[in-house]
Design a protein around this ligand. Structure first.
Ligand code: CDP
Length: 796
């Protein structure tokens, strides 16, 4: 007779448990970096370059020093005397902390002031006199490789031009053969524009060096606290065990809070020099203009097609603009991230990708903005190309996709770029999406509307993406292997504290990790407190980005719970006075196989671990698990949008959007839906309204929230979500796949495809995002493609 607990009632797997963290957030009781005030704390402000490329002739800080309340003025020259003018980046490059020789992008850090309050520090920054000699500016990869182009990184002896890397992957000869056999070759070129993660909370840090204990504590907005600890140890040459990084509550990260920023380093040095806590909180324009950008990639591809619609091969070339320093985190083996995950959902015999990265006079870019290392660009291009190819063949969009999908019976499937896909039901997801949007009926309405001059369009985006780096064999950052960890301590009363190496920034880990423990141990989720982000207490982990938390840290939570259960089983056998082999487990309880009524709860085992353990057993009920995933997880999504475009103004409105996401087992269905809605909202914003670019002088155009629009509930369309397709991940301990970024990755192509579908027959093949009304109007009026690539005129 089973006495197992009802898993949903205890907040286990599948429970739409309310987010426990929201209890403090909606009361205004969150504890963000800027909420922290330490005794004797000073404030730091940064002076940024107004020019994109200029030699620094001199910096005069004397007037700043004279302002009452100023404690320190730091310049690159002063940093250089401590070997801190430059720092290593996460991609084996170097980055200026404070400029010494030249400024290389508008907004670059030139000096900083530490004062009694931020206003004095800001005034003192304005009193610093910098004499610049302007230099020619580069704002795109074409200019970067042009003959006679100025060398941006002339600080590097080995750097002849502006190329950072030339990289390739795939089978060139096999792909060439596929193109020789093709009936039709479909081509597409586009620019995935620069895009900024724009978390609501900007970056910041409070460094607190205590000379008496030699301990450095840094409160900061980082998505990867342990990596920062290692970086500080290496850059500032401080002993790692004397560094404590604390990431308190974070108001959104989206990849923007992975890199190491000069502000962090300067606040640390200032605290060491002044022996007082130093707080630096970036302002909004500082965040928009100088911190990690994403995308800014030129994509050029062609597809070899058989006339019946079969894809025979794909060639892709990418030119990525990394800005002045190659500083975003990439798995070190893959220079252009996981761009080669493009077309993974399609069964394509041959593929070849070449990638070139270049420097430009822009803030460092290429961060994985809600993205698993360039998969956003990969999936966008894939789905734009698929639409173009189907159109070139005169085939139905859905039929073309279905014909080329990896089929259910073909898993495991090896892609031509070497990824191993283990599970999915792609055609089923598409069918659910088509039914939900009422595909055939819409096509009929679309044709009818055309006759009356109305432009309706339908866009499909179907994609799988690799989430959960790594396995450690292939994935590392700066040589540090990409695994993750969980540490679980069950107290004697059966309550527990769980710590992981991940760091939530709004994703709800405090809620969902406890649900995994509840599922594995039967301890109610409300009895498990989750802590992340403090390197003195959390086990080592690589942090949260690239939707890796559930695939890696989430798996570690399941594995550490299983270790605890194994010990609890021995305790149960002792309490029940039977051998371990005679003990059975059901949720929350061990019982004697031959006498199911005789049992002990997990809470009774916990008490025994501290009060009544068998002879020879180590007391306590705690353990740690480090999890190295055997593979990435591959969620799948089908997004379908219908739009109406106004031919007079170029304005387009979403009529309906449906989303079918298969992320395997859903730990918390409500949180998963929140992740999908958030991602779709960002996708809509990227496709429709987020304009940030550069003019020919390297001025950042759109570096304010009047141009770079953050969507509110007012303009965001409604989304219809579908969850009926569930393909558990075969290697994840609870069958989960990542979900956090799928909608932001796959969504943009659905919107753009829909607008271009509305324009079909006009000869327009591409309009670069954002699809602003003037761009759409230009395409309709002049029947031509519209590029958004920089430089733009500053009045655009
Ligand atoms: O790494 P990050 O937390 O950004 O992304 P994720 O691992 O995809 O998880 C985002 C949120 O969705 C977390 O709270 C997860 O626990 C939750 N989730 C879920 O409930 N079920 C899944 N199959 C995947 C994620």
């Amino acid at each position: 007779m089973s006495q197992a607990l009802d898993e949903i009632k205890i907040g286990g797997l599948g429970a739409s448990r309310k987010r426990v963290e929201d209890s403090r957030f909606i009361r205004g009781k969150g504890n963000y970096t800027d909420d922290i005030t330490l005794p004797g704390m000073l404030h730091m402000e940064i002076l940024r370059s107004p020019l994109a490329h200029a030699r620094i002739k001199s910096i005069d800080t004397s007037k700043a020093w004279d302002i009452p309340g100023v404690h320190l003025v730091l310049t690159g020259e002063m940093m250089a005397t401590r070997n801190l003018a430059w720092m290593p980046t996460l991609s084996y490059d170097t980055q200026a902390v404070l400029a010494t020789d030249k400024v290389r992008f508008q907004g670059q850090e030139v000096a900083c002031v530490i004062a009694d309050d931020p206003y004095i520090a800001k005034d003192a920054c304005e009193a610093i006199d910098v004499d610049y000699e302007p230099l020619p500016v580069i704002v795109n990869p074409r200019q970067a490789v042009a003959e006679g182009a100025p060398v941006i990184r002339d600080d590097k002896e080995s750097q002849a031009g502006n190329v950072i890397y030339d990289w390739e992957v795939g089978d060139k000869a096999g792909t060439d053969r596929a193109f020789e056999q093709a009936d039709v070759i479909s081509k597409l070129q586009l620019h995935y524009p620069r895009s900024h993660p724009s978390p609501i909370e900007c970056c910041g840090s409070i460094a607190d060096f205590n000379r008496a204990t030699s301990k450095l504590t840094v409160y900061m907005t980082t998505q990867a606290p342990h990596i920062i600890r290692a970086a500080v140890a290496l850059v500032a040459e401080l002993p790692e065990h004397m560094i404590r990084i604390i990431s308190p509550d974070i108001g959104g990260g989206f990849g923007n809070k992975v890199p190491v920023y000069p502000g962090y380093v300067c606040s640390i040095l200032a605290s060491i020099l002044l022996e007082r806590p130093v707080k630096w909180i970036e302002d909004k324009s500082g965040n928009l203009i100088s911190t990690g950008f994403a995308r800014d990639v030129y994509l050029d591809g062609e597809m070899a097609l058989r006339r019946d619609g079969k894809i025979l091969g794909v060639r892709i070339h990418t030119d990525a603009d990394h800005g002045a320093f190659f500083s975003d985190a990439q798995p070190s083996k893959f220079k252009i991230g996981l761009m080669h995950s493009a077309f993974a959902a399609y069964d394509i015999p041959a593929a070849h990708l070449t990638a070139r990265g270049t420097y430009s006079n822009k803030a460092p870019g290429g961060v994985a903005y809600r993205c698993s290392f360039r998969v956003t660009e990969a999936m966008f291009f894939q789905e734009r190309m698929v639409q173009a190819a189907a159109d070139d063949l005169g085939m139905d969009q859905a039929a073309f996709r279905r014909m080329n999908f990896v089929r259910d019976e073909d898993f495991p499937h090896r892609t031509p770029f070497g990824f191993l896909l283990d599970s999915g039901q792609y055609a089923k997801c598409l069918d659910v999406g088509l039914k939900a949007i009422d595909y055939q009926e819409f096509r009929r309405e679309q044709a009818e509307a055309r006759k009356r001059g109305r432009l309706l369009g339908l866009g499909i985006s179907t994609m799988t993406e690799p989430l959960g780096a790594g396995n450690s064999r292939e994935y590392d950052i700066l040589g540090i292997k990409m695994f993750d960890s969980a540490d679980l301590k069950v107290h004697m009363t059966g309550k527990a504290i769980l710590r992981t190496g991940a760091k939530t920034q709004g994703q709800g880990h405090e809620t969902t990790w406890a649900q995994i423990v509840a599922h594995e141990l039967g301890i109610p989720a409300e009895d498990v407190v989750v802590e992340e982000g403090d390197t003195d207490t959390a086990p080592f982990g690589m942090g949260t980005y690239a939707s890796r938390s559930t695939p890696v840290a989430g798996a570690a939570v399941a594995m550490v719970s299983r270790k605890i259960r194994a010990k609890a089983r021995r305790l149960a056998a002792h309490l029940l006075e039977v051998s371990e082999e005679d003990v059975e487990w059901e949720l929350g309880r061990f019982y004697v196989r031959s006498a199911p009524d005789r049992g002990v709860t997990i809470q009774e085992c916990a008490m025994a671990a501290y009060s009544n353990m068998p002879d020879g057993m180590e007391p306590g009920l705690e353990n740690t698990a480090y999890y190295d995933p055997p593979n990435l997880t591959w969620p799948f999504a089908c997004y379908i949008v219908t739009v109406e475009v106004d031919p007079e103004t170029g304005v387009w409105d979403v009529l309906k959007m449906v989303a079918v996401d298969d992320c395997g087992v859903r730990i918390n269905p409500m949180i998963v839906e929140g992740q999908i809605m958030g991602g779709l909202t960002e996708a809509y914003a990227m496709a429709n309204m987020q304009f940030i670019t550069f003019d020919a002088d390297g001025n950042c155009v759109g570096s304010n929230y009047m141009d770079y629009l953050l969507p509110s509930a007012w303009e965001t369309p409604g989304f219809e979500l579908h969850s009926e397709v569930v393909t558990p991940c075969p290697h994840h301990p609870i069958g989960a796949k990542g979900i956090g970024e799928c909608a932001a990755v796959g969504g943009p192509a659905a919107f753009v495809n829909a607008v271009l579908d509305a324009l079909s027959g006009t000869g327009v093949r591409n309009i670069d995002m954002p699809l602003l009304p003037d761009r759409v109007w230009e395409a309709i009026t002049y029947r031509r493609d519209v590029s958004g690539a920089p430089p733009v005129r500053s009045d655009d």
